[in-house]
Structure formats: structure tokens, C-alpha cells
Design a protein around this ligand. Structure first.
Ligand code: AMP
Ligand code: GLY
Length: 428
């Protein structure tokens, strides 16, 4: 089978890397890809939202399966477009991708199908939202309804911050149309975990649990980022809890989407808060997580291609997934200044040495090629990933690999996986 991966980040590198290992894979392409992906796939310079060019390329190269990474083309209907041409594409169609693209859609679905989540109210005028916030008090969470590149959520510890977030979204319109509506939500307390699951429109099969690290600095301080690192397994979600999550969240979500006439196929990503009262949905995403994919896929021992095809074909019952019993850790190395303004074009060295460490693979997120060399080309630059027998060994190997890599301004968290160590009874 010829496979086309759509996207250019660390998530897509991990996907292309795993797909390229499949005995079923013929040619593997990536649009637009990056220099790391170019080591495992043929990169083609087509943007993720250029549907005409993607479809023409897929037809030209006899692509049997397209696998879409990012939410933006999914919510704009890239899968619908491929399907209209008789091409198989992995991911939800535009109707199902509303689960991520509209927080209001997701909250209504959860309310209707009794899926546990934070209490909320939605507003389309700032005055009504502000009165509600004043009545409820802080802490409280403000969310722009639409896609805001991961920046639309404010966890406000005082009322002034909440009011400022409402003003920014609805009056200053810093997220454009995505802020036409806001959701005001109860602030949940607990530890977060990410569950990625394969869904085929009716069935849903969870992958191994993982945990992201969103704030930029150690100790979960500083502004939120796209994710500064991840680890799997996440000891906060044991097998019994994963079963509860399947029964009360994943399956009801997939059943509800089918009932609503928008059957969900692709990866269902449940961002959860594990509270004292049980797991609560913080958000649903309609795609693989980044950087969670970089720690989940290395643990998948089975061929990924049959699972991807089964999701498209409504045939997940035919697939059995085997997982490595060890652990995997990704440390993201970011450009100086990220998640604020940062410079690009800094030479990167040491990746080969890093990959000389046992169990290490370096996934490229924001890199560019310059002759034989490599330059930084994004905020998150590399996902330095290590597998090990357990979380402590994987953490040690990942940081040994990070020590090999240099670029001007590089920064990374030094405490990726520490919460797992604490939970496992080690101080790290
Ligand atoms: P999101 O962009 O929806 O992933 O939200 C970003 C982050 O905000 C999440 O990872 C949580 O850390 C936090 N968050 C979102 N909703 C809530 C909530 N209701 N209570 C507490 N924290 C939240
Ligand atoms: N790691 C968070 C996300 O993919 O949305």
C-alpha cells in the first residue's frame, strides 16, 4: 500500500516512522514533511490545507491510504474531500471533527450522553459571560469555542483574569471567529492524562495512556505550549481506570456521535483530568496528540497500518493491538523564546550522537534543511525520545540524548516524567 501522511511536525514524524516499518507499506509520502521525516518517507511540498493538490498527488501516485495529522485540515473537511474522490483517508470527516473544532458541540454532546466533564455554560455576548463569572467566582476556566491553535483556554485564578480573557476573546477578538462564543467552565482539580483511541464509527480501542507537559517551565510553571514532553505509561491511569474511561467516556462518545449522525472514525483523543471523583473530560481532540504520539507509537508492537485501515473500514473488531510493557519518554527541545517570539535558522548538531544512545529516536518537529546541515525552523524543534524498561530508565536515556544536541537558544524542561516517578514512589 502506498501511504500519504499529511502534516509536518513531530507527530507526523512518529506516524511516518511507524508506518514505514509496516510490511504492508509500499511507498510512504509526507506532505509537506520535514528533514527528519525525509529519512523515512518521500516529502512533497504541498501544504496541509491545499486539498486540490493533495488529492491530485494521491491520485497521481496511487496512494491507497492518506493519514491526516493536524486538526485544521480535518475540521475543514480533508477526509470528506478524499472520500469524494474515492480515496481512503484516516481521520474524522468535517462533521465528526466538530468534536474538537467546536467546544460548544463537544460540551452539548457530553451533556446529552452523560459523559463526565466540568460543569459549564456557554455565552455569545461578553456581558452575560462576565456576569456569570462574577456570580461563580474564581478559580474558573474560560475557553474560546473554536480552534485557537491551543491558545484559547485560560485557567483563571481570579475574577479579573477571567474577565480579561472574556474581553480578549469576545471584544478584542484575538482568536477571530473562534471567540464568537465562549465556554465558562468549572475548574477541575487533579492530574491530567491523555487517552488516544482508535475509532471505526462504532467501536473504540484505547491505546496506552500517556501524559503531556503543557507549561513551558519545570514544575508546570510559565505559559502553556503545544506540549514540552510526554511519557507513557501514565501510572495515574491503571488498567481498572482505563476500563472505566472506556465504559463511561470513549464508548459513550462514539455511540453518541453515531446517534447524532456524525459517526466518528480516526483517533479519538480524550484529554482527561483524573479527579477525586473520577475521570472528567477536559477536551476531546479529533487527531493524534503531539507530543503524546511520540511516546505511544514506539510502544506499539503491532503493525499500525491494519489498525488505520480498520478505522476507515468500520472493522476494528479484526484488529488486536500488542503493546510493549516498557516505557517511553519524549523531551521536547524548543527555540529560545518559545512559546513567545523566537528566531529560526539556528544550526543544530549532535542528533546522530543522540541516536547512538540505545533506544533513542529523535523526532523532528520544527527543522529545516540547509545543504547537509539542519536548522531550527519552528518553536518546538525536536522530540528527543527514548524507550526503556521502565520510566526511570527511559527518562535517563532521553536526557543523555538531549545532552548530545546543541542549537543556540535551545531550552527544554528538566522534569519530564517526574510526576510518574512520584506516583511510582521514587523521588527521581
Ligand atoms: P485545552 O487547550 O482545552 O487542552 O486546555 C489547555 C489546558 O487548560 C488543559 O490541558 C488543562 O491543563 C487546562 N484546563 C482546561 N480546562 C480545564 C478545566 N475545566 N479545569 C482545569 N483545567 C483546565
Ligand atoms: N498535546 C496536546 C495536543 O496534542 O493537543
Amino acid at each position: 500500500m502506498n501511504v500519504l501522511v499529511v502534516g509536518s511536525g513531530g507527530r507526523e514524524h512518529a506516524l511516518a516512522w511507524k508506518i514505514a516499518q509496516s510490511p504492508l507499506a509500499g511507498r510512504v509520502y509526507c506532505a509537506p514533511g520535514n528533514p527528519g521525516i525525509a529519512r523515512v518517507a518521500e516529502c512533497v511540498d504541498i501544504g496541509v490545507n491545499d486539498f486540490d493538490a493533495l488529492v491530485a498527488f494521491a491520485n497521481d501516485k496511487s496512494v491507497d491510504l492518506a493519514v491526516v495529522g493536524p486538526e485544521d485540515p480535518l475540521s475543514k473537511g480533508v477526509v470528506d474531500r478524499f472520500a469524494a474522490e474515492g480515496l481512503k483517508a484516516f481521520g474524522p470527516d468535517a462533521a465528526a471533527a466538530q468534536l474538537e473544532a467546536s467546544k460548544s458541540f463537544a460540551k452539548r454532546l457530553m451533556a446529552k450522553y452523560n459523559i463526565p466533564t466540568a460543569e459549564y455554560a456557554e455565552f455569545d455576548t461578553p456581558d452575560a459571560a462576565i456576569s456569570y463569572v462574577k456570580e461563580k467566582g474564581a478559580p474558573i476556566v474560560i475557553k474560546a469555542d473554536g480552534l485557537a491553535a491551543g491558545k484559547g483556554v485560560t485557567v483563571a485564578h481570579d475574577v479579573d483574569t477571567a474577565v480579561a480573557a472574556i474581553d480578549a476573546a469576545m471584544s478584542a477578538r484575538v482568536f477571530g471567529d473562534a471567540g464568537d462564543k465562549v465556554i465558562v467552565e468549572e475548574c477541575l482539580v487533579g492530574e491530567e492524562a491523555s487517552i488516544l483511541a482508535f475509532a471505526d464509527g462504532a467501536r473504540v480501542v484505547a491505546m496506552v495512556p500517556s501524559q503531556d507537559h503543557k507549561p513551558v517551565n519545570d514544575g508546570d510553571t510559565g505559559p502553556n505550549t503545544g506540549g514540552m514532553g510526554a511519557y507513557s505509561p501514565a501510572p495515574v491511569v491503571d488498567d481498572a481506570l482505563l476500563d472505566v474511561i472506556h465504559r463511561t467516556i470513549l464508548q459513550p462518545c462514539v455511540d453518541g456521535m453515531a446517534e447524532e449522525g456524525a459517526p466518528y472514525k480516526g483517533v479519538l483523543y480524550a484529554g482527561l483530568m483524573i479527579t477525586e471523583a473520577g475521570p472528567r473530560v477536559v477536551e476531546f481532540n479529533c487527531r493524534f496528540g503531539d507530543p503524546e504520539t511520540q511516546v505511544v507509537l514506539p510502544r506499539l508492537q503491532s503493525d499500525i497500518v491494519p489498525a488505520l485501515v480498520a478505522c476507515c473500514d468500520g472493522a476494528l473488531d479484526s484488529v488486536q493491538l500488542e503493546w510493549d510493557s516498557g516505557a517511553c519518554v519524549t523531551v521536547v527541545m524548543a527555540s529560545g523564546g518559545y512559546p513567545g517570539a523566537y528566531e529560526k535558522g539556528k544550526p543544530i548538531t549532535g542528533i546522530d550522537d543522540a541516536e547512538g544512545e540505545p533506544g533513542v529516536v529523535v523526532f523532528h518537529a520544527g527543522t529545516g534543511a540547509a545543504g547537509d546541515g539542519l536548522l531550527t525552523n519552528g518553536g518546538r524543534v525536536l522530540g528527543v525520545t527514548a524507550s526503556g524498561a521502565g520510566i526511570p530508565a527511559a527518562i535517563d536515556a532521553a536526557y543523555r540524548a538531549v545532552d548530545c544536541i546543541r542549537f543556540e537558544g535551545a531550552h527544554y524542561r528538566t522534569d519530564i516524567g517526574k510526576k510518574a516517578l512520584v506516583r511510582l514512589g521514587r523521588t527521581g
